[in-house]
Design a protein. Structure first.
Lengths: 633, 337
């Protein structure tokens, strides 16, 4: 099957465009996520740059056909570099009325709207809480509507395979996919290969999905509803070998790579939680890499088991999302006190409490920075994109072992589930992570488990080493000996040491960089998963002639040593965050900079448009800026 | 045991730290018996790790010249699990109390047991919160008046042995802090067991709950109030060893030997039995019954860490050692020139 050369060249008119944003929306049982993943993969394989935004309900199967059950997947693919899944849609596929009514407002006027017209009967409308069909609403005229009998055509395409009606209808997403592939000149090869392997054990289903896919493509080519197809040329990415990667997958691979670079066994303690569970699913596939995954009885056991493994000398990692991190707080304090390397990864989601499990947010920064009893500082790193999760994991482990300290990585639901092309690194070129375990003490000397090196790190002596028997624990330790100490001056000293250790990390990390003018009217300061939107918005504002620079933080604690100096070079600092101003609070208190916030708590990432509007209000034009600077000079 | 291993003495296991338990505390005896027993394991000091939670008993690791971690309240079983899975070469002990392992750490306690991680857990049961100065614990009897129960505790206590049985622990034993010879023997057998071994020790808190176990400790009463279990032997107790336990249906009853009742009529102890008999033993409580001490259950089952590591080994055998570069290039890739 995969040997077939699939037809991708349409005989119809082909229009070349630089980029397309398309959203596939349907019931959560309609296979929209699968459709989106396939479109992403296929687009990346055709050389486009891609960015994705899967958006699905927290319920596994909300009542069928209802608005609550709508699941969507948005992809932007382009012949230029893209950093976001796009703000407004060029095309929307709506598999039912609920999907249409909850998504049409994001479709640009004149955009292509493809609906399954077989799913708009009275029952479907009722399920979506509608009395009038949206297809009869006046606003439908704003779009190029293509009413396609997807259900009927799919059933016809697979009719002689002996499948039940329900089974036939499960192929609807592949029909839609075929149509989309035709529309955007995509090759069906990768998806045909996927169907072949995914349904290898179900030959009838395999054949049905393949037929539905091909039928969708053929429909596009023959129907008079669609006169034009589109071509998106390859993007000019830096040379190299690429693959698609999702954030959680990149984190998992980064952890495995860090383990190998440090010649450590990876011990991973975790408890299922959205949206972090995929890291567990990914890692447990790679036992042959020596990865030891432990699904604990709860979040606390997950981190405590990791601490036990760290004491034993493993690379220990625990992951969760906000609610689980709250449960791990006490144990993280223990790791600070006993000064062991540990990675704690928080894939943030909407909070507080259970909040919005499947939606994104950046509201755990202060929890990770301050959310422990006593003063228990830890370094914090935030990944900025799906692929960046890989590098962040490696850097975090480097810091954890150099400083003998737990390190936090912040990801979020948006980058965890988002995908982008990833330039595959050459593992042999990554620098090794050197770890020393003391092997003994000289005759007549006493081992000091809390002796300190130039980083203030204590030795990582592991059980089994003769002569280095020592006890660690949560009670305050006397520096040097590690014995329990209630001494007042020692507690002051140890508090300072623990803080200084984290502060010293600033000398270890690279200086902060800025893109755009080195000084001027406005600096946009962002962190974590908002990188794509902020970067794109700043670039657009710069193209419009505005004096604006972009500074994106990975190191949230400590801040890079030169950050304070950077902030003084701009008249205004704008901090966009998917929280109510957590980084802004830190920047204001540390640098006394009157930064302005742009804050959004909707469970959704920033749109580029809203950021650009905000930047326009604060930035002056570059020419004005030059005049002002020459006057000041 | 390797021939060049120096023979250790109990004193070799003592750390240089001053012991800070109250004078007269039952913990001293448990510490002493542990140190006395450990040389018999034939392990070097560096091979042994004591992990504890929070509470008076949990200071234990500081007093041992081995590796150790005084972790956080209730979580020692989880720490020990991570340690054992990553380092199956180590002998790991968990030191815990009734509050630590049955209240705040109840979840970890049962999961350690059901996984059958190869650790020896010693549960110091003094039926009180000592370190926080005298609140009732999950093993305090109903009606007990404490600082937090001035009108008496109303909740029904947990029986650690029953909990351990419910979690299907593979080794369950009970001893008494002051019965030093018995305690040392039970600790040794627990330490030699492969899998999770649970030892409940009746431990007197002479400051906040003095006398809680008097019936089991007193020379005058203990022969009648406890019953020393011996594998394959009938359940006989009493100062004159003239009483026994007989089953009447599913109900145990105390009978006098002689007068028509012979040893053969009694219940015989079988540590390896998978039957409900051990549950009957667990439910024998003072004052209606003598409380069984010794090894209640000792069965073999695969240990957790062997299975976890077995899967890793099997994956390596099947797929070969992991190759990151190959993994990164697996699936769909494309070149950008």
């Amino acid at each position: 099957m995969s040997q077939d050369v699939t037809q991708t060249n349409s005989a119809k008119q082909v229009e070349v465009v630089s980029g397309i944003t398309v959203r596939l929306a349907g019931d959560s049982g309609d296979g929209m996520q699968l459709l989106g993943t396939q479109l992403t993969n296929t687009s990346a394989l055709s050389g486009n740059d891609v960015a994705t935004f899967p958006d699905f309900p927290a319920e596994i199967r909300a009542p069928r056909g209802t608005r609550a059950g709508v699941s969507g997947f948005q992809v932007q693919f382009a012949s230029h570099t893209v950093h976001t899944p796009g703000d407004t849609l060029d095309a929307l596929v709506a598999m039912n009325p609920a999907a249409l009514i909850t998504n049409y407002e994001d479709l640009r006027p004149g955009g292509l709207l493809i609906v399954d017209e077989d799913s708009f009967d009275d029952k479907d409308l009722k399920l979506a809480n509608l009395t009038v069909s949206p297809l009869e609403e006046p606003w439908i005229e704003n779009y190029r509507l293509a009413k396609v009998p997807i259900t009927k055509l799919t059933r016809e395409a697979v009719s002689d395979l002996g499948l039940s009606v329900k089974e036939c209808d499960r192929c609807r997403n592949f029909f839609a996919m075929g149509l989309i592939y035709w529309l955007y000149g995509r090759s069906m090869d990768a998806t045909l290969r996927f169907i072949e392997s995914k349904f290898a054990k179900l030959p009838a289903v395999q054949q049905a999905n393949e037929r539905a896919l091909r039928a969708g493509w053929a429909f596009g080519e023959t129907t008079e509803l669609l006169g034009v197809s589109y071509q998106v040329e390859s993007a000019s990415l830096p040379p190299g070998k690429y693959r698609n990667i999702m954030g959680n997958q990149a984190l998992a691979w980064g952890l495995m790579t860090a383990a190998q670079l440090s010649q450590k066994e990876l011990f991973y303690g975790s408890y299922p939680i959205t949206p972090a569970s995929d890291i567990l699913h990914e890692l447990c596939k790679y036992k042959n890499f020596g990865v030891c995954t432990f699904q604990a009885e709860d979040e606390i056991a997950a981190v405590c088991a990791a601490i036990g493994a760290a004491y034993g000398g493993s690379m220990a990692v625990t992951t969760s999302s906000g609610p689980g991190i709250a449960l791990k707080a006490e144990a993280m304090g223990l790791a600070v006190m006993i000064e062991l390397p540990l990675l704690v990864i928080d894939v943030q989601r909407g909070g507080p409490s259970t909040g919005l499990p499947t939606k994104t947010e950046q509201a755990d920064l202060l929890q990770l920075l301050h959310g422990r009893n006593g003063e228990a500082p830890v370094p914090i790193l935030a990944a900025r994109s799906p692929g960046d999760c890989f590098d962040t994991a490696i850097e975090a482990w480097r810091i954890a072992t150099q400083f003998m300290i737990p390190v936090v990585i912040l990801s979020d639901g948006y980058i965890a589930n988002g995908a982008e092309p990833w330039a595959i690194p050459e593992v042999s070129r990554l620098s090794p992570i050197e770890i020393r375990h003391p092997e003994g003490v000289a005759e007549g000397e006493t081992f000091l488990p809390y002796a300190r090196d130039e980083n203030l790190a204590r030795p990582w002596a592991i059980p089994g080493t003769p002569g280095l028997m020592h006890r660690v624990g949560g009670l305050e330790k006397q520096d040097g000996t590690g014995n329990v100490s209630y001494d007042a001056d020692n507690h002051q000293h140890m508090t300072n040491v623990r803080a200084q250790k984290v502060a010293n990390v600033a000398n270890f990390i690279p200086p902060q960089t800025v893109s755009g003018p080195e000084s001027g009217s406005l600096l946009v300061l962002s962190w974590g998963g908002t990188y794509g939107a902020c970067h794109t918005a700043v670039a657009r504002a710069q193209q419009d002639g505005l004096s604006v620079a972009h500074c994106h933080l990975r190191h949230m604690n400590p801040f890079p040593a030169n950050l304070g100096e950077i902030l003084t070079r701009y008249e205004n600092v704008l901090i966009p965050e998917l929280n109510s101003g957590q980084l802004r609070t830190l920047i204001r208190s540390k640098y006394l900079v009157d930064a302005e916030g742009f804050n959004k708590m909707q469970g959704k990432p920033f749109s580029v448009t809203e950021l650009v509007e905000r930047i326009q209000r604060l930035a002056t034009s570059q020419s004005d800026q030059l005049v002002m600077q020459s006057r000041a000079g | 045991m390797s021939t060049d291993l120096p023979v250790l003495k109990a004193t070799d296991f003592a750390s240089d730290q001053d012991i800070r338990w109250c004078p007269g505390c039952g913990d001293y005896s448990i510490l002493a018996q542990m140190k006395k027993m450990l040389p018999n394991l034939g392990l070097p000091l560096e091979q042994i790790v004591f992990v504890s939670g929070i509470g008076c008993s949990s200071r234990f690791p500081y007093y041992m010249n081995t590796y150790g971690m005084h972790s956080i309240h209730g979580r020692a079983p989880a720490v020990a699990t991570g340690l054992r899975v990553s380092r199956p070469d180590l002998k790991v002990f968990v030191i815990t109390g009734d509050g630590d392992s049955l209240s705040i750490g109840g979840n970890h306690f049962i999961h350690l047991l059901r996984r059958n991680v190869d650790v020896t857990l010693v549960l110091f049961n003094n039926r009180i919160y000592g370190l926080t100065k005298g609140q009732y614990s999950p093993t305090s009897p109903e009606g007990q008046v404490t600082k937090s129960t001035p009108m008496g505790a109303v909740d029904h206590p947990l029986n650690p042995i029953s909990v351990a049985l419910a979690a299907e622990a593979t080794f369950i034993a009970r001893s008494v802090d002051s019965q030093v010879k018995h305690l040392a023997e039970v600790l040794y057998r627990a330490a030699m067991h492969r899998g999770t071994s649970v030892v409940e020790v009746y431990q007197n808190c002479n400051v906040f709950n003095d006398g809680a176990w008097d019936y089991a400790k007193n020379r005058a009463s203990r022969a009648d109030a406890t019953l020393e279990l011996q594998h394959g032997k009938p359940l006989i107790f009493g100062k004159d060893r003239d009483k026994g336990i007989r089953l009447n249906g599913f109900t145990p009853e105390v009978v006098e030997l002689g007068s028509g009742v012979s040893q053969d009529d009694l219940l015989f102890h079988d540590e390896q039995s998978d039957s409900a008999l051990v549950h009957i033993l667990a439910k024998m409580r003072h004052p209606e019954f003598p409380e069984p001490i010794g090894v209640l259950r000792d069965v073999q089952h695969e240990i957790f860490e062997d299975q976890v590591r077995g899967q890793i080994d099997a994956a390596v055998t099947k797929k070969g050692p992991g190759d990151l570069q190959a993994l990164f290039h697996s699936g769909d890739t494309w070149d950008v020139a």
